[in-house]
Design a protein around this ligand. Structure first.
Ligand SMILES: NC(=O)c1ccc[n+]([C@@H]2O[C@H](COP(=O)([O-])OP(=O)(O)OC[C@H]3O[C@@H](n4cnc5c(N)ncnc54)[C@H](O)[C@@H]3O)[C@@H](O)[C@H]2O)c1
Length: 253
C-alpha cells in the first residue's frame, strides 16, 4: 500500500479524459479532490459520482487563463487546508502546418497550455512553500521534446511546460515541494478523438512499440505514484509514458 502524506489534490482540466481519471485515482487513495474545469455543472457531476463511491470531492469552475479567478479559487482552498497535490491537465490543441498556423490560435493555445499552467503553479506553489510540502504534477507530452508534424503551438507549449516544471523543481525542492511532468504519446481521451482520424491512428499504432494508445487510467496511475510518498525523491523528472516510443527507432515486423 502506497503511503500518502498528501491530503488534498487540486486538478485543472479535471473533467477531461486524464483529469477525471486522476481525480478518481487520487480520491481512491484517500485524498480530497478539487475538480476544476470550465463547466461548473460537469465539475459538480464528477464530484457527485466520486462522493457516491464514498470518497471526498468537490467541483469549482475555473478558467486557468483568468489570473484573478485562479487567485480567488486557490485562496478559498487555502482556507480549507490548501493544496498538497496540484495536477495541471487543462490544455487545448489545434493541428495545422507551422507556416499556416493562425496567429490567434497560436496565442490562444499558449495562453491556456503554458501561461495558464504557470498561473496555477505559481499561486499553488506559493501555498505549498508556506506549508513546506507539495507535489506539482504537470501534464506535458512527448510533443514537447520532438517535432511531430502539424502540432504547432501545442508542441511549443509542452516544451515550455517541461522547462517550467524543471524550474519549479529546482527552486522549490528545498521547501519540500517536488515538480514533475508526465509526457505521454496519444491517450484515448476526447482530446485525441477530436484530432486523430483512422489514418493518424494507423500511423501511430505502427510507430508505437506497444501498438496501442495509452488509457487515461494508466496516466492516472503515474499521477498517483508521483503524488505518493514513494516518489518523494523524484524531482524535475519528465516521465515519458509512451510505450517505448521515445526509446525506439525504425520498427520492423
Ligand atoms: N489525449 C492525449 O493524447 C494526450 C497526449 C499527451 C498529453 N496530453 C495532455 O494531457 C492533458 C489532458 O488531456 P486530455 O486528453 O484529458 O484532454 P481533454 O480534452 O479530455 O481534457 C482537457 C480539459 O481541459 C479543459 N480546459 C480547456 N481549456 C481550459 C481552460 N482555459 N481552463 C481550464 N480548463 C480548460 C477542457 O474543458 C477539458 O476538460 C493535457 O495537458 C494534454 O495536453 C494528452
Amino acid at each position: 500500500m502506497t503511503n500518502m502524506t498528501a491530503k488534498r489534490a487540486f486538478i485543472t482540466g479535471g473533467t477531461g479524459g486524464v483529469g477525471a481519471c486522476a481525480a478518481w485515482g487520487l480520491a481512491r487513495k484517500g485524498l480530497h479532490v478539487v475538480i476544476t474545469d470550465l463547466d461548473q455543472e460537469k465539475c459538480d457531476q464528477l464530484a457527485r459520482e466520486i462522493q457516491a463511491e464514498g470518497h471526498s470531492a468537490h467541483g469549482v469552475a475555473l478558467d486557468v487563463t483568468n489570473r484573478a479567478d485562479v487567485e480567488t479559487v486557490l485562496a478559498k482552498e487555502a482556507e480549507q487546508g490548501g493544496v498538497d497535490v496540484l495536477v495541471t491537465s487543462a490544455a487545448i490543441v489545434k493541428p495545422a502546418p507551422i507556416l499556416d498556423f493562425p496567429v490567434e490560435d497560436w496565442e490562444r493555445i499558449l495562453n491556456v497550455n503554458l501561461t495558464g499552467t504557470f498561473h496555477v503553479c505559481q499561486v499553488a506553489g506559493k501555498q505549498m512553500v508556506e506549508k513546506g510540502f507539495g507535489r506539482i504534477i504537470t501534464m506535458s507530452s512527448v510533443n514537447g521534446q520532438i517535432a511531430n508534424s502539424f502540432r504547432g503551438a501545442y508542441s511549443c507549449t509542452k516544451g515550455g511546460v517541461d522547462m517550467l516544471t524543471k524550474l519549479l523543481a529546482a527552486e522549490l525542492g528545498k521547501h519540500g515541494v517536488t515538480a514533475n511532468a508526465i509526457a505521454p504519446t496519444p491517450i484515448d481521451t476526447p482530446m485525441i478523438q477530436k484530432v486523430h482520424g483512422p489514418k493518424d491512428r494507423e500511423v501511430w499504432h505502427n510507430q508505437l512499440p506497444i501498438k496501442r494508445y495509452a488509457q487515461p487510467e494508466e496516466v492516472a496511475s503515474a499521477v498517483c505514484y508521483l503524488a505518493s510518498d514513494d516518489a518523494a525523491y523524484i524531482n524535475g523528472h519528465i516521465l515519458n509514458m509512451d510505450g517505448g516510443f521515445m526509446a525506439s527507432g525504425i520498427l520492423l515486423d
